[in-house]
Write a protein that binds this ligand. Sequence first.
Ligand SMILES: [Zn+2]
Length: 238
Amino acid sequence: MPLYFDWTLVLLIPGVILSLWAQYKVKSAYAKYSQVGTRSGLNGAQVAARVLQDANVGLVGNAKAARGNVVSLEAIGGHLTDHYDPRDRTLRLSDEVYHGQSIAALGIAAHEVGHAIQHANAYSMLMWRNAIYPVTNIASSLSFPILFGGLIFGIGPLLYIGIALFAFAVVFTLITLPVEFDASRRALAALSSGGYLTEEEMYGARKVLSAAALTYVAAAVAALLQLLRLILIARGRN
Ligand SMILES: [Zn+2]
């Protein structure tokens, strides 16, 4: 979101380039490895269920019954819409991943299961991330109106309040990194040790998951650069 046009805008360029690069990597890795089947012949939903079982996490068919150490699993529409929702402990896999039997489908399914296992094991970084999520939402929606107010009316303290609020969003993108890396690490370990992918197939799963991780790195870099830019603008004003 450009605040207004000045030289500090150039600071955002590396973040934009990195984001585009990451999106390209995800698209191309997914396009390639969603066409490659696996020897196990399992689909994403089956692998998700097995990896959960291997980790002693229960699985129920209904989101309402999910609690504690028990999660639910369902298919959702859309492309690459896969996620784990900690609020109702539900794994939602896109149709292509849920029913898919490709290396990409299994890698993505196992990654989302990784988040469910993090939650069941109360993995600290995920718990922190879930805890600051509501605060981050409020803080980041307030930050830009307050920053604009500070700039338009020339009120320095408002600028710094806006920056402090934006900093919550930056912390959130940073805390997301270990959560995402850990979910992929768990996924790859589970796929390998469970024998769901062969050593050769693991290569493709690694490619897909590291491309996905790069999108989170890009988001964190973009947020940090935006923060730096806002600080420079505020200092230039005072
Ligand atoms: Zn993830």
